[in-house]
Design a protein around this ligand. Structure first.
Ligand code: ATP
Length: 474
């Protein structure tokens, strides 16, 4: 029986963070130096999980479509980019400081913690409420005045540190697409509608990074800027929305934990005419996973004004130049990974007294870092080990399975199953004496154990590749 152990809900995140560290998915950034808040490092299994998640995205949104153009833009951009977009003036979160400890907090988070919904409130309104309600810091101290805090990480490029050398680590990947709009149009002459897509790092000097990889200072995004004629925005918004749901299905996460939130007038960015947030039921609450926004022609117009470069598009049908409108589906990589892991985390109560509960990650085979692990039944029988190695090597030769097959001969079979369960390996393949022909009926067959059901089946060796590849397509 699967069981998420609701009574232990409060420490689910601790268990997930500990499993991620123990099994080599995710480590604290700069850990041996005491860490660096808001940074996390992906270990050998984490990076494979991340690659699978990104590859599924790239396949669905770029390679499987004829209307998408993938790019990879520089993280550092001319500072004028961020002036044109309004980020220099206004990419900020409301901050308040504990006057005693000097610790800084997000005002909206403090209000939420005190039962106030801050949605749609101005900085002034929030500041007034903090004072009216005499809200103290979490350490019980007096708070200062609320102010806006710019989240962009500033740096200087080159040897001279003056205003002209200022640059920012990009706070979103989106602008890389807008500044390359003309390049892609000039090289490929795409017909509207079409999109530019990229996956890459972004940086935000978050006031309070928290909840493991949910809110970090160095993040990764997968974003699309999809250009349309103004009159067609609504139908394209709908089809991208559907594709976002299809991607969520690709990930194999429980759709019941994903919810759309229509963002109200007062809460949308000023340029957006419609925004839907996709929220996920994380162990620490329902929070934003992705966003889908209709950004009108705001971005191309702002960059045309800022750069003094014509960013209009010649619409052959109308025989006129137009500024396309834009729809932006935006996905956080880290939040996707966290949703996938949190949804997959399963605890099965011990069947017998004295046994540990079984912990397993119920990853869809498509995202699982390891698709199958191959074991010899016994470690001390060279003929079993040799045959198991042969099976392992032949599976690894397949270009789709390469890198996603493991070999394990440590400890007994039960321990190996547990290890593979914890890293979410869907199939465990065991080479035993029957495989070698001890029972001629079963010669060249192996047992394949299913992670979720624990059921074992005998499968002919020549069917293994198909079985595993079928699971990856499903
Ligand atoms: P939030 O309200 O949670 O701060 P946001 O609305 O500022 O998020 P966007 O600017 O819309 O986020 O960014 C697009 C996506 O990038 C988000 O949906 C999320 O998946 C991801 N993202 C944004 N900020 C962070 C962060 N600090 N850490 C991890 N992922 C992030």
């Amino acid at each position: 029986m699967e069981n998420k152990n609701n009574s232990a809900k409060d420490n689910t995140m601790e268990k997930i963070i500990s499993l991620c560290k123990r099994r080599g998915f995710i480590y604290q950034g700069s850990e041996i130096y005491g860490g660096l808040a808001g940074t996390w490092d992906y270990g050998p299994l984490g990076v494979e999980l991340k690659n699978n998640i990104q590859n599924l995205w790239w396949k669905r949104f770029v390679t499987d479509r004829e209307d998408m153009y993938g790019i990879s833009a520089a993280i550092l951009m001319n500072q004028e980019v961020w002036k044109s977009t309004g980020h220099v003036a206004g990419f900020a979160d409301p901050l308040v400081e504990d006057l005693k400890t000097k610790k800084r907090y997000r005002v909206d988070h403090l209000l939420e913690a005190n039962g106030v919904d801050p949605k749609g409130m101005s900085l002034e309104d929030m500041d007034n409420l903090l004072k009216e309600k005499k809200i103290k810091s979490p350490d019980g101290n007096q708070l200062g005045d609320a102010r806006q805090f710019n989240l962009m990480l500033k740096t200087h490029i080159g040897a001279i540190e003056d205003d002209s050398s200022i640059s920012y680590l990009r706070p979103e990947t989106a602008q890389g697409m807008f500044v390359n709009f003309k390049n892609v149009v000039d090289s490929f002459h795409p017909k509207l509608p079409f999109g530019l897509a990229q996956i890459g790092k972004a940086f935000r000097n978050e006031i309070a990074p928290r909840d493991f990889i949910f809110r970090v200072r160095e993040l990764e995004q997968m974003e699309i800027e999809y250009f349309v004629k103004e009159e067609n925005w609504a139908e394209n918004f709908e089809s991208l929305r559907e594709e976002m749901w299809n991607y969520i299905k690709d990930l194999g996460i429980n759709l019941e934990k994903v919810h759309e939130l229509e963002v109200g007038d007062g809460d949308r960015a000023h340029y957006s005419k419609r925004t839907i947030d996709f929220e996920f039921d994380f162990p620490f609450g329902r929070k934003e996973l992705y966003g889908l926004a209709y950004r009108t022609d705001f971005d191309l117009k702002s960059h045309a004004t800022g750069s003094k470069v014509d960013l209009s598009y010649f619409d052959e049908e109308a025989g006129a130049r137009i500024v396309p409108h834009c729809i932006e589906p935006s996905f956080g990589v880290g939040r996707t990974i966290l949703a996938v892991i949190a949804d997959a985390y399963m605890e099965e109560p011990a069947k017998e007294e004295g046994e540990e509960p079984r912990v397993y990650l119920k990853f869809a085979p498509k995202v699982a870092p390891t698709v199958a692990a191959v074991f010899p039944l016994l470690k001390n029988k060279p003929e079993l080990v040799q045959k198991a190695r042969d099976v392992f090597n032949s599976l690894r030769k397949d270009s789709v399975l390469a890198g996603r097959i493991a070999f394990d001969d440590n400890g007994n079979i039960g321990k190996r199953y547990r290890r593979q369960d914890e890293i979410g390996t869907p199939f465990c393949i065991t080479v035993d004496f029957d495989t070698l022909g001890e029972n001629p009926e079963n010669k060249d067959t192996v047992t394949v154990r299913n992670r979720d059901t624990g059921v074992q089946e005998r499968i002919p060796l020549h069917d293994l590749t198909y079985l595993l590849k079928d699971a990856l397509i499903a």
